[in-house]
Design a protein around this ligand. Sequence first.
Ligand SMILES: [Zn+2]
Length: 209
Amino acid sequence: MKTNPFISISQVEMHRSGRAGWLRAAVLGSDGLVAGAMSMAVGEYVSVSSQRDAEQADIGLETQELATEPQAELQELALIYVKRGLDNELAMKVAEQLSAHDRLGAHMRDELGIDQASLARPLQAAWISAASFASFAVVPIVALLIAPVALRIPMIAAFSLVSLAVLGAFGGHLGGAPPVRAALRVTIGGALAMTVTALIGKILGVSVG
Ligand SMILES: [Zn+2]
């Protein structure tokens, strides 16, 4: 450790014995928050980008086919509606009317299964992922800052698990699933992840605090 000539020995000693652990843990926590948010963003960007590339390739091919073989494409669309239960005549009518309205849109939706309103958006996905990671990573950091040293680890775990349960219940509520089951699933998953992380930390001899 380099010594700062402007800080007296007693100040350094006081600093080291008093706030150093607290401060180091807080800095480490914020560091983890930023690193985690960024890696989530990058992971999400890469994954959604490849999804977008696949969508774009499909749409490009479909556009080309629609331009070169319009009649075959119309038959193809009608056949999709026949498979869904319409009779031949009605299926052709539906295919013709939908094609007159929005030909590429009809093929994207019914043939490729791509919804124009929910095309993959890598940047948006990356931002949302980073923001949600960062906002919930604050929870264990707050627990770290307010917990007495002896209770640090259990309080971080408890705070994190409670926030996971709340988040899981909220997610279940949004998706119309039973909130308790959703909360349990997320909480058990989180507890497993914490256990594995703690075990790895123990094996590697890493400790915080
Ligand atoms: Zn088509």
